[in-house]
Design a protein around this ligand. Sequence first.
Ligand SMILES: [Zn+2]
Length: 81
Amino acid sequence: MGIVVREYECGCRITSDKNYPSIKYCPKHKSAPDLCEALEGLLDWYDDLTLNNPDLESPIFWNPAIKALRKAGRKPKSHLM
Ligand SMILES: [Zn+2]
């Protein structure tokens, strides 16, 4: 439990219990690792799809997805880049 030392707008909270700090993530930030994995899976799937369908263009979400993954410290790979 502990004392709430700081609460962010998103809902993430830093708490302190007997001077031992910990972070309680909001749902969005708690799910961030899963979202990264899911997004990488989608990009891989689309990447494979374009290998057999070269006429397919990058979807509108492509660049924002690549940018978001890089922001998260991931290194997305694709033959489309
Ligand atoms: Zn948060």
